[in-house]
Design a protein around this ligand. Structure first.
Ligand SMILES: *Cc1c(COP(=O)(O)O)cnc(C)c1O
Length: 369
């Protein structure tokens, strides 16, 4: 059996350090915000090469609070990818703004900057791309489209902690970048967690207040905030895992390199498309996603060989029941629709052993014959 992702094995590797963090936290007598959250925020800001980090409850809250920090609301337009996890869209819905989907560039799966100009209107307030599957978007090309306007760039970085764009760490490049620490992410907690990073002190202060009932001085509330604080025990665990993140991301890179060398010879015979990495991108392989028109049959075949796979994502947001009332038709976003029918995520994770990759490749190889 080769599972799609084995979180238990990665946890076992650092069990002593996690136990130490747990005991330190339990003995501290302080359980909401405080020292562990402060320390994690500082360490994660440093890691991202960003000036500020604010820990919040979830990745979705990070996205929503980023929009609230810019007072985005009804009448404002926010550009999002047509092919993303639905959370990106839900953040826009939560603040009552209008979703403007833009299709991806097919080889990289990421927002196509050449389609941006025609999507921008006088009402556009934010462009919110996603560093999908662990690969950074083309920050410069996207920023160029917003040049000379007040449009803000907010990145959904739920999937790419540790990636680099032109040598710079993602998280410290755009106006605000939003992170999720959902357990399966590259930096995952043992429960829920999220953060925003930014170089803008005003934004950081606003989100720090919004996450804590709109308050910075106890019992003084400047506005109607929410309760979305990064859990302090999760912060203690995340501090441990952050120390291992670069090493674990390197393992993912090595596994991806092995996938490329094992799968390239099979690609044309099986009409597989392998991921494309621009030369300015240093991705962290949150997922290793291939494409094939016979995706469902291949997935079934791999299942029979004991190989776990996933589909990210089978239903694009515009085709989801959640957005039924918007009256989209499936082919309003044909690229997102096509990708949803063809993408397949192969086993990937820090505890996957490199000798598993040839086994996955040979099972894929026997599929056609
Ligand atoms: C995981 C994820 C989110 C949401 O994160 P949560 O912590 O689960 O709220 C948002 N966007 C993308 C692209 C994600 O993968």
């Amino acid at each position: 059996m080769i599972p799609f992702l084995d979180l238990g094995a990665a946890t076992a590797e650092i069990r002593d350090e996690l136990d130490e963090a747990y005991h330190r936290f339990m003995d501290s007598g302080w359980y909401v915000l405080g020292k562990e959250v402060d320390a994690f925020e500082q360490e994660y800001a440093t890691f991202c090469e960003a000036d500020h980090c604010v820990g919040v409850g979830t990745g979705l809250d990070a996205l929503t609070l980023a929009l609230r920090a810019y007072d985005i609301g009804p009448g404002d337009e926010v550009i999002v990818p047509s092919n993303t996890y639905i959370a990106t869209w839900l953040a826009v819905t939560q603040v009552g703004a209008t979703i403007v989907p833009v299709e991806p560039d097919e080889p990289t799966f990421n927002l196509d900057p050449t389609l941006l100009q025609s999507a921008i209107t006088k009402r556009t307030k934010v462009i919110m791309p996603v560093n999908l599957y662990g690969q950074p978007v083309d920050y410069d090309a996207i920023q160029d489209c917003a040049q000379g306007t007040d449009i803000k760039l907010v990145i959904d970085n739920a999937q790419a902690q540790g990636a680099r764009y032109k040598g710079r760490r993602v998280g410290g490049i755009a106006d605000i970048e939003c992170h999720s620490f959902y357990p399966s992410k590259n930096l995952g907690a043992f429960g829920e967690g999220g953060a925003v990073t930014t170089n803008d002190e005003t934004v950081a202060k606003r989100i720090r207040s919004l996450r804590n009932y709109g308050s910075t001085v106890r019992y003084h509330n400047d506005e109607c905030g929410i309760n979305s604080r990064l859990d302090a025990l999760q912060a203690a665990f995340l501090r441990v895992k952050l120390r291992h993140l670069d090493e674990w991301n390197q393992r993912r890179r090595d596994l991806a390199a092995t996938y490329f060398s094992e799968l390239s010879p099979l690609a044309s015979r099986l009409s597989l498309l392998l991921p494309t990495v621009p030369d300015w991108a240093d991705p962290v392989w949150h997922l290793f996603v291939i494409r094939t028109p016979r995706r469902d049959a291949l997935r079934e075949h791999l299942q029979q060989h004991g190989i776990g796979t996933q589909i990210h994502y089978p239903i694009p947001p515009h085709a989801s029941d959640a957005y039924r009332d918007r009256g989209y038709s499936p082919d309003d976003f044909p690229i997102a629709q096509r990708l949803a029918g063809e993408v397949l995520s192969l086993p990937m994770g820090p505890s996957l052993t490199s000798h598993s990759i040839p086994l996955v490749a040979s099972a894929i190889g026997t599929y056609a014959s």
